[in-house]
Design a binder for this molecule. Structure first.
Ligand code: UDP
Length: 249
């Protein structure tokens, strides 16, 4: 049987297909209480190596999805293959579908001004009946937190999607969930940029080939520095972990 949780460089990722992630999220919301879902990619893993607070936030998450082709390659190399990718974009669409079906209220926080609102409008057109509790760009800076908490508390969402990029979005959720108590809070990275059409997604065949990162680089050259920092380091450390594991099985 496939392993349920896989650890890549000390960061746990749930080995769940998209439908299973959704079923678990639906169960978490029905159970009540605050929950946190993280969408892990190789840059998260590299950040977690140097940032103990982020590492412990990831470890405490209720669900950690594998969002990033690099994670699939790493998991296969380490002998614990993942079933597939669950991207922030796909998950957001499925969450909107679930919310529309069950009457859950969704709040979209983050991205540049206007982007969350455009995303919300697109989701409502796609899933009639979807209730958007609110949208707000705001900022992940500490001094803005009290005001943003007030806005979200007044909107009473069941789902809070936070697009502040990593690690800020998940640190933000971890700091604010004790007060907010939103049934589902999830960090979604650049998802609103894609869903609003602000940034074009790679065509499906490029995504299938696992080359979305190259497409993003070509369109958003400012990502080079981040990718150059994260990708070789991630690959090198995964290879080192694999060697250690084969030496001391
Ligand atoms: N963002 C934001 N405020 C900030 C930093 C980032 O709203 O102070 C948004 C940004 O507009 C983008 C998202 O966070 O929509 C980050 O997207 P990216 O693709 O960089 O996410 P990551 O790769 O970090 O998951």
């Amino acid at each position: 049987m496939a392993q349920r949780r896989i650890t890549i460089l000390g960061v746990a990722v749930d080995n769940l297909a998209e439908g299973e992630v959704l079923a678990r999220i639906a169960a978490l919301i029905a159970a009540g209480g605050p929950h946190h879902v993280v969408t892990v990619n190789p840059e998260f893993v590299i950040e977690a190596q140097a940032n103990p607070t982020f590492r412990s936030v990831l470890a405490r998450a209720d669900i950690a999805t594998a969002d990033g082709f690099g994670l699939l390659l790493a998991a296969r190399y380490l002998g614990t293959p993942l079933r597939g990718r669950v991207t922030g974009v796909e998950l957001t669409l499925r969450l909107a579908e679930l919310a529309a079906a069950r009457g859950y209220r969704m709040f979209l926080l983050g991205a540049a001004p206007g982007v969350a609102a455009a995303t919300a409008a697109g989701l409502q057109a796609r899933y009639p009946g979807l209730i958007i509790a609110g949208t707000y760009a705001g900022s992940p800076q500490l001094r803005h937190e009290p005001f943003i908490r007030q806005v979200i508390t007044a909107a009473r969402p069941h789902m809070l999607l936070v697009a502040y990029g990593h690690p800020q979005q998940d640190l933000w959720i971890a700091r604010n969930q004790p007060t907010l108590q939103v049934p589902l809070a999830i960090g979604v990275g650049g998802t609103f940029d894609y869903l609003s059409g602000r940034v074009r997604r790679a065509p499906a065949y490029i995504r299938r080939l696992g080359l979305e990162w190259a497409y993003r680089l070509a369109r958003q050259p400012d990502r080079w520095r981040r990718i150059i920092n994260a990708v070789p380091r991630f690959a090198w450390r995964v290879i080192a972990q694999g060697r250690r594991a084969s030496r001391y099985p």
